[in-house]
Design a protein around this ligand. Structure first.
Ligand SMILES: [Fe+2]
Length: 275
């Protein structure tokens, strides 16, 4: 396997979401062993259930999402006896950190008005209702006579990222950081990093040390230039808006001399903090 992979996701074609009928997707990463994916999903307007509500929970998988566009109404439930749930409108800038054992679902109304798009990543398969491993990982929770569940149900953390303040970046003067989620088992930490326009590195070289674990970043807005080094080999990469870059050892990420970003960039960082 290549030690790094760069995708300009804006030029990738949409394909049917393999585990959820009716959605479209761009698969950025898939681990054949665990079924874990990093994926951009598109929900069409009017997407949802028929005339019956639906809800379920996942037993082991951690799911995280960052919403990029549109609207998508979604409901969270405190437990099987909570029949009304809380409506949360997923919109651009919303971040979701969903641990296992959180009941969530859809009511017939309201439905998405203009559709929606999110980048989502998880720690395993079986979460999509059309996934062959759905019955292994996920459990439906009926609204009427839900029965007894010997499960300690919990809640996800779902918030608009702009309700959190930017903090000074711990290493790079002028940059900003916003931690979104800590590491949770095999789900690595998540942060937004803001790269200042016209910022120049004091010296070229690695800014993220190598690791055997896959790390990745996704440019939410703006753009930046990075250099991926593997020994003597160097690849210059111009990351544009919605560009995706994943890497692991021996690859390291660094910068060339000169301005890294003309207009600045807001970067979703998973498993690392850029800079
Ligand atoms: Fe789910």
């Amino acid at each position: 396997m290549e030690a790094f992979r760069h995708l300009d996701t804006t030029t990738m074609p949409w394909a049917p979401e393999p585990t959820i009928k009716g959605m479209k997707s761009k698969v950025l990463f898939r681990d054949p062993e665990s079924g874990a994916v990093t994926i951009i999903r598109s929900v069409p307007p009017g997407y949802g259930v028929g005339d019956q509500p639906f809800r379920h929970y996942h037993t082991s998988v951690v799911e995280r999402s960052f919403y990029l566009a549109g609207d998508f109404p979604h409901w969270e439930f405190d437990g099987p006896e909570d029949k009304t749930g809380d409506l949360i409108m997923f919109r651009r800038g919303l971040f979701m950190d969903r641990p296992p054992n959180t009941i969530h679902g859809l009511f017939p109304h309201p439905k998405s008005e203009i559709g929606g798009m999110a980048i989502s990543w998880n720690t395993g398969g079986g979460v999509g209702v059309d996934d062959p491993n759905y019955e292994v990982e996920s459990i439906d929770v009926p609204f009427e006579n839900p029965g007894r569940f010997n499960v300690a149900f919990t809640s996800p953390r779902i918030f608009m990222h702009d309700t959190l303040p930017w903090n000074p970046h711990p290493r790079v003067k002028g940059w900003k950081i916003k931690p979104l989620a800590p590491r949770r088992g095999v789900a690595p930490e998540v942060a937004l990093v803001h790269v200042t326009a016209d910022w120049q590195p004091a010296r070229s070289g690695a800014v993220v040390e190598p690791t055997d674990e896959r790390r990745w970043m996704f440019v939410v807005s703006g753009g930046l230039d990075v250099v991926v080094s593997q020994g003597a080999r160097q690849d210059a990469i111009a990351l544009k808006e919605h560009g995706y870059l994943e890497w692991r050892a021996p690859a390291v990420i660094g910068f060339a001399a000169g301005a890294v970003s003309d207009i600045g960039a807001t970067v979703l960082c998973v498993g690392h903090v850029l800079g």
